[in-house]
Design a protein around this ligand. Sequence first.
Ligand code: SF4
Length: 314
Amino acid sequence: MKNKEIKILLSAPRGFCAGVERAIEIVEKSIQKYGAPVYVRHEIVHNKYVVDDLKSKGAIFVEELEEIKDKSRPVIFSAHGVPKKIPEDAKNYNMTYVDATCPLVSKVHREAENLKKAGYHIILIGHQNHPEVIGTMGQLPHGSINLIQNEEEAKNYNEKVNKKIAFVTQTTLSVDDTKEIIKVLKNKFPDIREPLKEDICYATTNRQMAVKNIAKKCDMFFVIGSRNSSNSVRLVEVAKKSGCSKAQLIHSESEIPYEQIGNSNIIGVSSGASAPEILVDNFINNLRNRFTINIDEVEIIKENVEFKIPKKLN
Ligand code: SF4
């Protein structure tokens, strides 16, 4: 097959966003400052490679603070954000904690709080059980926020709300699907208040736009990322909706469908915001071992977003 030529359209921007880079740096700097081990509540970002690398440096991952036996060790909260109760619990345990919540998720948290203070009932557009949704809903007392996951749920929403109504969204949703849900809500509640600046983050938007731009030219499309990574799963959906029906997530190297790739001429490649570039390199090198590869990177926008880490780690 080595004489089979395959063109790769490499989508850009792809991979790590500023929030993920910051979260990883927070874990690394915490290990330097406090020594190992440091605990991390939930996967710091949804990627096994990143999590395993940090484990090897001295991070221990738990789902709940109660699992931490030695509470004299620091704990870090993941980039997805946590309900208000979690830092309170950490304080009650006298634990040192560092919050790695992405500033763009924190923005949604503050938005929800301000809306509540201004007397609004809040709808959150997002996916049930995703840690970011749990974190955002947990900013306010139970019942202050209703979750809507899709157009159907928006149509059927019949909560008796006597108050003004507003919506916020998860940061990693499909831009196009969310627009449709918002359309339904605006039809129902013409005065519904929307965020001043969109909640879907720049990284999600850019990665989806970049995939959309090339998907229809591709015979197959691969998104490198984990199954529990919301924005990676959305990129696969975007590729499919934008004209490449054979789009799939590559969570591990064992999933690469070489035979089907061998029958393709052009393939698209992108990666989710929590997937390190080395995984894209490994994927391409695996193909290079079997085929003649020719890469064309298609960049739609340059990103230069950076977030500072908390002062206490400097
Ligand atoms: Fe922040 Fe967006 Fe990255 Fe999530 S995907 S960590 S919201 S920049």
